[in-house]
Each structure stands twice: as structure tokens, then as C-alpha cells.
Design a binder for this molecule. Structure first.
Ligand code: HEC
Ligand code: HEC
Length: 216
């Protein structure tokens, strides 16, 4: 009995002690000196932080082109946390250290990856559809239901909407690419499970839309 009492008092003490010990350590600091003190991450760790926290909204190339000082990276990362970057406060300083070592002012000129023109053309070339042409009328209502919330009613994006222009784009004739984007998701676009027939219907609708007339 006394033992039971002792152990419950003891665990109660432990419980109250925990927040106390935490509050004695300083809150995660966001100034550049703290980042300086942090040991830079191993490249793979830095890469995986970038992948989980940044690549949902940005491409790797966009980030690699930056040449920012540590203080500037600190500002950017703090701002991106405000925009919803998925980072634990304890990961901010190591990520800043990683970014300033790989994309700091001394990182040298950014050299864009290039591919031969023939490969670029092959990536845009039309591919045969795996199913018969879809029905644009069914496709339109599917589009309104599943896609227009992000891509706009007329598939041209919309102010404040997440999605991008889908009219008159080469990928509309690359069924496999569109099906993969839809089923796996891409960036902020969540995966949707649609059948080949439904995708063919949506493509028939999107292919029927005319590019916007040039602004007068
Ligand atoms: C939820 C989407 C989102 C995430 C996640 C995100 N960003 Fe951004 N980022 C934005 C937006 C939106 C802008 C444009 C902000 C503006 O113009 O104020 C931006 C701009 C930037 C810029 C340009 C400089 C600037 O301040 O405008 C850099 C560099 C950047 N982000 C880096 C990062 C890094 C590094 C991460 C990961 C830690 C990240 N972003 C995560 C949405 C995001
Ligand atoms: C939750 C919002 C959302 C929904 C719903 C959505 N999309 Fe997207 N979609 C996006 C965003 C954001 C992108 C740009 C992704 C990126 O960063 O590459 C995108 C990209 C795409 C792309 C690639 C465009 C390119 O430039 O390569 C295609 C194709 C596409 N969406 C088709 C669809 C279709 C078809 C549907 C409905 C079945 C749909 N999307 C539903 C948000 C959405």
C-alpha cells in the first residue's frame, strides 16, 4: 500500500518535473548565431529535411539557384515555416546550416542541368492512349467535380487557386504522364484514384478546350 502510494507520488513528481526541466532550457532560438553554432547536417540528412519541408512547394532547382547568406537563409526558412513548411523547431538551425553550406554566397555559379534537345523533344512527344477516346461530356462533369476546385472551372487556374493551367499543354497527349500525376499526386496536388476510362473522359474534355485568345 505504502509502496503503491510512493510510486504514484513518485510518478506524479516525475510528471510535474518534466515540464520544469524543459522550461529551463532556452526556447529554440531563431537568430543567426544559433544557426552558426549548429553542426551542419550530413548531406543526406539536409537533403531529406529539404525533401520533407520544402519540395512540396518548390523544385530542387529553384532552391539550388539561391545564393544566400546564413542570415538570409535563416529569414527565408522562418518565413517558410509561416507558409506551412513542415519543420520541427529543432530542425530549423540544422537546415539553415545545411542550406548555407550548399547554397551560400561561396557556392559558385549555378549550372542548370541540361539534356540534349532530342531527349527534351521525346519528353513532350505525344504518346498513344491506352484506352479508346473518352467522352468529353462525362469528362467535363468529372473535371468540375474532382479538379476544378484547384485548377479552376475552365482549367486555366484561378486567382488564389493552387492548380496550374491545363489547357493546350503537351502532356494532355501523354496519357501515362497525366494518369501518373493524378494517381500519385504532385506537390500540393493530392493523389486521386480514377480509372483509365475516367481519365480518358477528363482528357477528352481538356483536349477540347481552346487556348485563351491573346490579350488585346
Ligand atoms: C506551403 C508552401 C511552401 C513551402 C512548404 C515552402 N515554401 Fe518557400 N515559398 C513559398 C511561397 C508562396 C513563396 C513566395 C513568398 C513570397 O513571395 O512572400 C516562397 C518563397 C521562397 C523563396 C524565395 C525567397 C522569398 O523569401 O520569397 C525561397 C528561397 C524559399 N521559398 C525557400 C524555401 C525553403 C528552403 C523551404 C523549406 C524549408 C520552403 N521554401 C518551403 C511557399 C512554400
Ligand atoms: C488539391 C488541389 C488539386 C486538385 C484537386 C487537382 N490538382 Fe492537378 N495540380 C495541382 C497543383 C498544385 C499542381 C502543380 C503541382 C506541381 O507543383 O508540380 C497540379 C498539377 C497537375 C498536372 C501537371 C501539370 C504540369 O504542368 O505538368 C496535371 C496534368 C493535373 N494537375 C491534372 C489534374 C486533374 C486532371 C485533376 C482532377 C482529376 C487534378 N489535377 C486535381 C492541384 C490540384
Amino acid at each position: 500500500m505504502s509502496r503503491l502510494l510512493f510510486s504514484s507520488v513518485f510518478s506524479a513528481l516525475l510528471l510535474t518535473a518534466c515540464p520544469k526541466t524543459e522550461s529551463t532550457s532556452p526556447p529554440p532560438s531563431t537568430d543567426a548565431s544559433a544557426a552558426e553554432a549548429a553542426t551542419p547536417l550530413a548531406t543526406t540528412d539536409g537533403k531529406s529535411l529539404v525533401a520533407t519541408a520544402c519540395l512540396s512547394c518548390h523544385s530542387e532547382q529553384m532552391l539550388a539557384q539561391q545564393r544566400l547568406t546564413q542570415a538570409q537563409w535563416q529569414k527565408v526558412v522562418t518565413k517558410m515555416v509561416g507558409w506551412g513548411a513542415n519543420l520541427d523547431p529543432s530542425e530549423v538551425a540544422p537546415l539553415v546550416a545545411y542550406l548555407s553550406s550548399t547554397s551560400g554566397p561561396d557556392a559558385g555559379p549555378y549550372i542548370a542541368e541540361t539534356i540534349p534537345a532530342s531527349e527534351a523533344l521525346a519528353e513532350l512527344a505525344p504518346l498513344p492512349d491506352p484506352v479508346p477516346p473518352g467522352d468529353p461530356v462525362r469528362g467535363k462533369s468529372l473535371f468540375i467535380d474532382k479538379c476544378s476546385g484547384c485548377h479552376g472551372q475552365d482549367a486555366r487556374g484561378a486567382p488564389g487557386a493552387l492548380g496550374v493551367l491545363l489547357v493546350d499543354r503537351p502532356f494532355l497527349h501523354r496519357f501515362a504522364d497525366v494518369a501518373k500525376t493524378i494517381r500519385k499526386g504532385r506537390g500540393k496536388m493530392l493523389p486521386l484514384s480514377l480509372s483509365d476510362t475516367e481519365i480518358a473522359d477528363i482528357l477528352a474534355h481538356l483536349r477540347s478546350l481552346k487556348p485563351a485568345a491573346p490579350a488585346q
